[in-house]
Ligand binder design. Structure first.
Ligand code: PEP
Ligand code: MN
Length: 364
């Protein structure tokens, strides 16, 4: 599915272009710079821009489809545009755009996704589907499935990160585990990483792109603008075509596997060691659970609440430095203990509220 597009020397599918089409000159100059890298297949440009707040730049609308098409023709790049409803889809098909993409704010809404699917039905046009803004793999899969049912032959998932609910270095939280889950549940689906919308700042593009490739993603989407600082939207995260070229050259492309005999046997040996440690880990967690159950019964019999905040604070204060002392990441230990503690609360809650079968019968 992907191979036909990924004809660049690195075997990656690269989509680049401005966040928004602003003028024919901006688009054409950007496209020329992008084509000169020799590493990009698709020119992207937003024409209808979904903006969080009103009175922001909302895109140039239908007139810009022509600019996109012309920039593609002149540079030999294929073209792609974001569509958010049937009207956009029909206009893009009519203009002869090569591929469509569905934005994160549209993927969340099955009504719009279905409307787009109906509008492109039978056209066979390739579609790239961004993840929804909320971290829900089912919605992402649902949108891809609707496109498949509409007969779209080439489907690609775009990972653009998820809304942040706490302060973070990145504009959108990558939640890499959700992409891995998508790949697991939709075997063979190519995924490319929109590093620009995850980063929110051009400083972080490289580290995110390298991480994506190291997780065996098939390509990248990178917002590229001839004058990034003058961009009408997403100025901080866009880069020039020359910077794009540098970025693509700096990335290390690793292979998903190796057939080297020594590599294989060493890896197998190390994996056996990991298997053993994992079994021990599960046995230790089970031993912890038995104590949690006992404490739960004791609290129940003494009419004491499940949560004692001071105890929880004390656990965190003790375990995080202990973990750090043993070479673990403090944030990881924190998240791990949140998970463990939540599970303990859930188990004890069930114990506190369990009705003994005899009681239940008596009440009837
Ligand atoms: C975009 O690609 O410019 C865009 C609006 O992205 P997203 O749908 O990921 O927010
Ligand atoms: Mn953008």
């Amino acid at each position: 599915m992907l191979n036909k597009w990924a004809d660049n020397p690195d075997g990656l599918l690269v989509v680049a272009g401005p966040c928004g089409a602003e003028s024919p000159e901006q688009l054409l100059q950007t496209a020329r710079g992008i084509a000169a890298t020799g590493k990009v297949q698709f020119l992207r440009a937003g024409i209808w821009k979904p903006r969080t707040r009103p009175d922001s730049f909302e895109g140039m609308g239908e007139v810009a489809l022509k600019w996109l098409k012309e920039a593609g023709e002149e540079t030999g790049l294929k073209t792609t545009v974001e569509v958010a409803n049937a009207r956009h889809t029909e206009a893009a098909l009519k203009a002869g755009i090569d591929a469509l993409w569905i934005g994160a704010r549209t993927t969340v809404n099955p009504f719009y996704v279905q409307e787009i699917a109906n509008a492109l039905m039978g056209s066979g046009i390739p579609v790239m589907v961004k993840n929804p803004v909320n971290p829900e793999v089912g919605l992402w899969m649902g949108a891809i499935e609707r496109m498949a049912k509409a007969g779209s032959e080439k489907l690609i998932a775009i990972h653009r990160g998820f809304s942040n609910y706490s302060p973070s270095k990145f504009r959108n939280n990558p939640h890499w585990e959700i992409v891995i889950e998508l790949k697991r549940r939709m075997t063979g689906i190519p995924v490319i990483c929109d590093v620009s919308h995850i980063a929110g700042n051009r400083l972080y593009l490289k580290e995110i792109a390298q991480r994506a490739l190291d997780l065996d993603m098939q390509g990248l989407m990178v917002e590229t603008h001839i004058h990034p600082s003058q961009a009408l939207s997403d100025a901080e995260q866009q880069i020039t075509p020359a910077e794009l070229h540098l970025l693509l050259n700096e990335l290390i492309i690793r292979k998903p596997n190796s057939n080297d005999v020594i590599f294989k046997s060493t890896l197998e040996d190390l994996r056996r060691q990991i298997d053993r440690v994992d079994y021990e880990l599960i046995q230790i967690l089970a031993a912890r659970k038995s104590i949690v159950d006992k404490i739960g019964e004791y609290k129940r019999d003494n009419y004491v609440t499940v949560l004692q905040l001071e105890r929880w604070e004390q656990i965190l204060k003790d375990r995080i430095p202990f973990g750090i002392h043993h070479g673990l990441d403090g944030d990881f230990v924190h998240r791990l203990y949140e998970l463990i503690h939540n599970e303990s609360l859930r188990l004890q809650n069930a114990i506190l509220n369990e009705r003994k079968p005899a009681e239940g019968l008596n009440n009837e």
